[in-house]
Write a protein that binds this ligand. Structure first.
Ligand code: ADP
Length: 418
C-alpha cells in the first residue's frame, strides 16, 4: 500500500493528512498554534513539522511515497547559506512593506499584484533595509523553508507561492523588470507545485521510519490547497467559499486578470484558477443572527420563491468585487419584522452578488460556469444552496473535502504519478 502526506501550515495551526492511492484519508493530525513565550516563529514551525511527522501512525509512515507542504501565501523569511533564518519571518498579513510601495511603484508594472504592502516582494524590499540582511543568502517562502528542512535543497519554490514575489507564471520565469533590479539575494528557483525536489533526508527517513526513497515535492499556498481538496478538476467548475466573506474561484482554460476588481489567476498546470473576493458574506449574517438562529430560521425559508428584498450586505462601505467601489454603501433596508423574511432577503442578495461575480469572470473571458462546490460556514445551509441554484443556473454541491492538508496530499500523490 502506498501513502502520500500533505502538511498544511495555516493561520490557526499545522495539520498533516495521509491519503492512500485512491485519495482516501487514512490519518489526520493537528498541531494548534499556541502562544509560546519567547519561542521564535521559525522554531515553532520546525517543532510542528517534526511533531506531526512523529505522530503519524508508524504503519503508514513506512509506506509514505511522497510529501508536500503548503504555507500561508506571502509568509516569507531570509536565511543564511546553510538555511538558518537570519531574522524573524514576516507573516502573510504583515503590512510593514507599505513603506517600500512608492519605490515598488517605480519598478513593477501598473496594477501588478506585487503592488501591495503584504506582497512577498514588498516584504523582501523592506527586509533589505534591515541590519540583519547582510547575513542573508536566500529569500524563501514558509513552505519552501519547511520543504528544505525535509529535502535539504535550499532556494527552491513553486509557482503558487512565487506569484506574489512577481514571478511570471505565464512564461515561467522571473520578469525582466525584476531581473533588472539585480537584488543582492538568491531568489528561489520556481517549479510547478507537486514536482519532486529530492528525497527525504536519510537521517529523517531513518529517525521516523519513512522509506529511504520517499520524495519531497514542491508545495503550494493554503488557499490553493483548499481548492485542490474540493475535488474540482474540470474547466467551468468552481468553488464558492461562504465564510466571513464571499470568495469565488473558477477553473478556466483562459487567464483572467483585472487589478481594479482584484481579479487574478493562479496557474494550475494547463488551466487557470481565476477568482475574486467580495466583502459581503457570513460576517454580515453574524451581525444579526447566531449560527443556531441561522439554522432554525433558514429551515423556514421557501427557497423556490424569490425574495423581493434587494440588499447589498456589507459591514462597512466599500467593495471591490464584483462591484469596484471603495465607497459602496451597505444596503440593508427595508428590514421586515419577520426575521425569516429578513434572512431570506440577505441570503438571496448574497446569492445575487455571487452570481454576478461568476458572470463578471465569464465576461472577462473565463470558462462558462458548469457546477459550483461550496466551502465555509454557509456550505451546510441547504436552503441557501437552493436559492443560489436559482441564481447560478447550475447545480450547487458541498465540497468533498475542505482541508488544505488533504489538497496538498493530493499534490504529493500527483508528484510521484507524473
Ligand atoms: P471564516 O473562516 O471565513 O471566518 P467560516 O467558514 O468558519 O468563516 O464561516 C463562518 C460564517 O458562516 C459566519 O460568518 C456565520 O455567520 C456563517 N454561518 C454559520 N452557519 C450558517 C448557516 N447555517 N447559514 C449561513 N451562514 C452560516
Amino acid at each position: 500500500m502506498n501513502f502520500y502526506l500533505g502538511m498544511d501550515f495555516g493561520t490557526s495551526g499545522a495539520r498533516a493528512v495521509v491519503i492512500n492511492h485512491q485519495a482516501s484519508s487514512m490519518a489526520e493530525i493537528k498541531y494548534p498554534w499556541v502562544d509560546e513565550a519567547g519561542a521564535d516563529l521559525a522554531t515553532t514551525w520546525e517543532t510542528a513539522l517534526f511533531t506531526l511527522l512523529g505522530q503519524i501512525p508508524e504503519k503508514l509512515r513506512r509506506n509514505i511515497q511522497a510529501i508536500a507542504i503548503n504555507g500561508t501565501s506571502a509568509t516569507v523569511l531570509l536565511c543564511d547559506a546553510i538555511g538558518k533564518p537570519v531574522d524573524a519571518p514576516l507573516l502573510y498579513n504583515d503590512g510593514r512593506g507599505s513603506v517600500v510601495l512608492p519605490q515598488l511603484r517605480n519598478i513593477a508594472p501598473l496594477h501588478h499584484n506585487v503592488l501591495s504592502a503584504t506582497s512577498s516582494l514588498a516584504k523582501l524590499l523592506w527586509m533589505m533595509q534591515q541590519p540583519t540582511f547582510s547575513q542573508a543568502r536566500y529569500f524563501l517562502h514558509q513552505a519552501d523553508w519547511l520543504g528544505f528542512l525535509l529535502h535539504g535543497h535550499l532556494g527552491v519554490s513553486d509557482y503558487h507561492n512565487a506569484l506574489k514575489l512577481g514571478y511570471d507564471v505565464e512564461n515561467l520565469k522571473y520578469p525582466q523588470w525584476l531581473e533588472h533590479l539585480q537584488l543582492p539575494i538568491q531568489l528561489p528557483t520556481v517549479l510547478p507545485p507537486g514536482t519532486p525536489i529530492g528525497k527525504l533526508r536519510p537521517e529523517i527517513a531513518s529517525q521516523f521510519n519513512f522509506p529511504g526513497d520517499c520524495l519531497v515535492c514542491a508545495g503550494t499556498t493554503d488557499s490553493i490547497a483548499a481548492f485542490l481538496a474540493s475535488g474540482v478538476t474540470s474547466p467551468g467548475e468552481a468553488v464558492t467559499s461562504l465564510g466571513s466573506t464571499l470568495v469565488v474561484k473558477l477553473l478556466s482554460r483562459t487567464r483572467v486578470e483585472d487589478a481594479q476588481y482584484g481579479i487574478y489567476s493562479h496557474r494550475l498546470g494547463n488551466l487557470w484558477l481565476t477568482g475574486g473576493a467580495s466583502n459581503t458574506g457570513g460576517a454580515v449574517l453574524k451581525q444579526f443572527f447566531s449560527d443556531a438562529e441561522l439554522e432554525k430560521l433558514s429551515s423556514k425559508i421557501d427557497a423556490t420563491k424569490a425574495s423581493e428584498l434587494d440588499y447589498y450586505p456589507l459591514l462597512q462601505p466599500g467593495d471591490r468585487f464584483p462591484i469596484n467601489d471603495p465607497h459602496l454603501p451597505p444596503r440593508l433596508t427595508p428590514r421586515p419584522d419577520d426575521p425569516v423574511e429578513f434572512l431570506h432577503g440577505l441570503l438571496e442578495s448574497i446569492a445575487k452578488i455571487e452570481a454576478r461575480g461568476y458572470e463578471l469572470l465569464e465576461e472577462m473571458g473565463a470558462d462558462k460556469l458548469t457546477r459550483v462546490y461550496t466551502a465555509g460556514g454557509g456550505a451546510a445551509n441547504s436552503k441557501w444552496c437552493g436559492i443560489r441554484e436559482r441564481h447560478l443556473n447550475v447545480s450547487v454541491v458541498a465540497c468533498m473535502n475542505r482541508e488544505a492538508a488533504y489538497g496538498t496530499a493530493l499534490l504529493a500523490r500527483r508528484g510521484v504519478r507524473r
